[in-house]
Design a protein around this ligand. Structure first.
Ligand SMILES: [Zn+2]
Length: 316
């Protein structure tokens, strides 16, 4: 195990040992920008721990394994939030719900731009398994369609509130900016940043986004800005190494340039919004490049702390 991984595990152990007075802790479960898999990072997922509850923000492939690796009891999870419905952010969602149902954990509420259509697909996919397990089970199991509740995020504003947290959405800049294309766009085809207010912290998740002026006000004075990041030269180099044909790579790079964010723009945002700390995640290309490839550009404009997340790290 590498030193950095050991540090992550040590931090994790400390967080769960009650050594901190913080009521809110963020565990970065998966830190790789997808959808291509990585051997060193899981797909995007986060656990926001607030007292005895755990809120999951994004649920990429591998989220269940990462929750177990973090020592998080699935019985503490009753809300899952998906920032947008790209598969690197929702591919582990069904696995999580399925296992929760297997363990008699309900209700679970899911919030996503297309939560209801995803739920319809999940219930169909899960139905034969549920029927067989129900027949095998000695306990009464709630029908899956009653155990899970899907809520479409329908625009900017309040998404969820309980006695501990409130979650507010702001559409970000991930799906292109052509206003004509925008008019024709299905309301489900939207990508959101989320601002979560807890008893002691304001945590803002950028979601996947290009440079986005709307996020400056939205992230104002946040304690933690959890932002995606891309290194464009390294990404192009990775495509060359993987023999992606040039015309295909050019198209992919257009998406990378317009719909993801380089470190300098994160630095400008963090400075303008006066956030207290920046956590960089959803790394592209990800892998083992030095942290400075991501942090140096942020530091050009933002003088506060900037950290590069690894899987299973804990932030306060
Ligand atoms: Zn993504």
């Amino acid at each position: 195990m590498k030193l950095k991984s050991l540090m992550g595990v040590a931090l994790l152990a400390a967080a769960f040992a009650g050594s901190s007075f913080a009521q809110t802790r963020l565990v970065t479960l998966g830190t790789q920008g997808g959808p291509l898999p990585s051997t060193t990072r899981s797909q995007p997922a986060n656990a926001l721990i607030v007292r005895d509850r755990v809120y999951v923000i994004d649920a990429g492939d591998g989220v269940v394994r990462q929750l177990y690796a973090a020592g998080i009891d699935l019985r503490r999870i009753h809300q899952v939030f998906i920032t947008h419905d790209h598969d690197d952010h929702n591919a582990g969602w069904g696995s999580l719900l399925g296992l929760q149902w297997d363990l008699n954990i309900w209700p679970v509420d899911v919030y996503a731009p297309s939560a209801q259509s995803m739920m319809q697909g999940f219930l169909q996919y899960f139905s034969v398994n549920a029927r067989i397990r129900q027949a095998d089970s000695k306990s009464d199991k709630m029908p899956p369609e009653q155990a899970f509740h899907a809520h479409d995020i329908q625009g900017n504003g309040l998404v969820f509130k309980d006695d501990l947290i409130s979650v507010t959405a702001q559409e970000n800049c991930h799906y292109g900016t052509d206003p004509n294309a925008d008019k024709k766009r299905d309301p489900k085809d939207r990508s959101y940043a989320l601002r979560i207010q807890t008893p002691d912290k304001t945590v803002v998740f950028s979601g996947d986004t290009g440079r986005c002026p709307a996020l400056t006000g939205f992230a104002k004075d946040a304690d933690l800005l959890v932002h995606e990041v891309i290194d464009l030269p390294l990404t192009r180099e990775m495509m060359r190494r993987q023999h992606v044909p040039d015309p295909v790579a050019d198209g992919m790079m257009r998406h990378m340039i317009d719909e993801h964010t380089v470190p300098e723009d994160i630095g400008r945002l963090a400075q303008d919004a006066k956030v207290k700390k920046v956590v960089l995640t959803h790394l592209v290309p990800g892998g083992d490049e030095p942290d400075e490839r991501y942090t140096d550009g942020v530091h050009k404009y933002f003088k506060g702390p900037v950290m590069v997340a690894r899987d299973l790290m804990v932030f306060e």
